[in-house]
Design a protein around this ligand. Structure first.
Ligand SMILES: Cc1cc2nc3c(=O)[nH]c(=O)nc-3n(C[C@H](O)[C@H](O)[C@H](O)COP(=O)(O)OP(=O)(O)OC[C@H]3O[C@@H](n4cnc5c(N)ncnc54)[C@H](O)[C@@H]3O)c2cc1C
Length: 409
């Protein structure tokens, strides 16, 4: 069987070359004889701009060549200014920029004789005998039908699944350069609650030092609606000048994004030969927005299954982790727990490596109970008891497209 190009049908067709599509294509290109086609739209509104992806992993990290920075210690500041600095060894916090990661993956695809990249916009995916067909439009406007035995689709979902709770993690960040040396490059500040808190949800600063005089500094909220650019800029200006006391600095670039935090269930299967991966398949952890590490685990598992002649996409997170996230999201949304106090206490009371494993959904039931006991038990229990009786309601479309802007101010 050939597709429209007269090319033999690939074993796997991956739609979308973001975090999930690139990661799966990379695994398939580096670990086997599977033939793979990666479909990515040309430059334009569907293509996300360059982004940063953070995750934690022990040394040696296989993406070290694409890493922009790593940190051996993590810090949280409580609302009252108390500081908790922890060492998550053997894990390190890591930041990749999407452009070097793309280069690493495309180089691996170049080396794999069974891989090809098609610049086209996928339009419709349908099952056909022996696999599935993806209808695409090329940059020249030509229609192309690509076939494969299995299709893994990472296009962002148009609508979110029905959910009991939907919060948004929305943020804007500045890449700043300071005149004096203001940062400790060994320490990443994950949550700094010394910022004014919104009436609903919570807000925090996030500081990733890239050198003693350079950092990515973000203002983030978990709440129901994104802010205007002006409102983010005001909040960032206040954080940099009044809380961090950076002195003179310039903003070299800005990054902005919205990540849905929802207890909706994302279906991973769209047919017998069509699967959803990445955020579209539920790889974004509801309580944190982290996705990259889950995407790596899932890509490895998919590649291993395909190597054994099976097609399966394992759930990115276990049921227990998702149930706990649903409770936390609702407890935050209803205002039953104080978010800044909750997260600061969690960091203060839980060994850092265990907390990061917990966020990856990799802790044992006993460890989860121990962590649960460090949370406000009564409001969390009340929320857990009422959750099964609450309906899941349809939710509007997910996000504004993330943006990254180069600027000199
Ligand atoms: C600004 C920002 C920062 C983030 N930072 C982190 C972080 O630090 N750590 C973390 O774990 N998570 C982070 N996230 C969350 C999550 O990791 C990212 O959103 C991640 O990129 C999700 O991967 P994905 O592959 O599911 O989606 P995407 O990376 O968005 O990829 C989707 C791909 O589909 C393609 N596409 C769209 N339409 C079509 C079409 N019609 N045909 C073909 N292709 C199409 C797009 O071009 C894109 O390449 C961040 C999110 C944002 C927005």
């Amino acid at each position: 069987m050939d597709d429209d190009n007269g090319t033999p049908v690939a074993d796997v067709l991956v739609v979308g070359a973001g975090a999930a599509g690139l990661s799966l294509a990379y695994r398939l290109a580096t670990c086997g004889s599977t033939t793979v086609t990666l479909v990515e739209p040309p430059e334009g509104p569907l293509r996300p701009p360059e982004r940063t992806w953070c995750y934690w992993a022990p040394d040696p990290d296989e993406f070290a060549d694409a890493a922009d920075a790593t940190w051996s210690r993590l810090r949280v500041h409580g609302p009252d200014g108390t500081e908790v600095t922890v060492d998550p060894a053997p894990l390190r916090y890591r930041m990749l920029r999407s452009a070097p990661f793309e280069r690493l993956v495309y180089a691996a695809l170049d080396r794999h004789p069974g891989a090809r990249v098609v610049r086209a916009t996928a339009d419709a995916v349908r099952e056909v005998p022996g696999g599935a067909e993806v209808r695409c439009v090329t940059p020249e406007g030509r229609t192309l039908a690509l076939r494969a035995r299995r299709v893994f689709d990472s296009r962002p979902p148009r609508t979110l699944p029905p959910a009991r709770t939907l919060l948004l993690q929305h943020f804007r960040g500045w890449f700043v350069r300071t005149c004096a040396e203001r940062f400790d490059p060994a320490v990443a500040e994950l949550m700094d609650f010394r910022v004014p808190q919104p009436r609903h949800g919570l807000a925090f600063g996030y500081v990733l030092p890239l050198a003693a005089d350079r950092a990515l500094i973000e203002y983030t909220e978990f709440s129901r609606a994104p802010l205007t650019v002006d409102a983010y800029e005001t909040a960032l200006g206040h954080y940099c000048r009044t809380v961090l006391r950076l002195g003179a600095f310039t903003v070299e670039a800005a990054e902005q994004g919205v990540i849905p935090m929802t207890d909706g269930r994302f279906p991973r299967r769209a047919g017998s030969a069509v699967f959803r991966i990445g955020t579209a398949g539920g790889a974004t952890r509801p309580a944190t927005g982290y996705t990259f590490a889950a995407v790596q685990r899932q890509s490895r598992a998919i590649a291993a299954a395909l190597g054994d002649g099976r097609a399966s996409v394992p759930p990115p997170y276990g049921r227990r982790a998702l149930a706990m996230d649903a409770v936390l999201l609702r407890a935050l949304d209803t205002g039953r727990i104080d978010g800044p106090e909750f997260f600061t206490r969690l960091f203060r009371r839980t060994p850092a490596e265990r907390l990061l494993r917990f966020l990856d959904g990799a802790t044992s039931p006993w460890e989860d109970i121990g962590i649960g006991l460090h949370t406000p038990v009564a409001p969390m229990l009340r929320t857990a008891i009422e959750l099964p009786f609450l309906p899941r309601r349809p939710r509007p479309g997910p996000t504004a497209a993330p943006r990254r802007e180069e600027s000199r101010r």
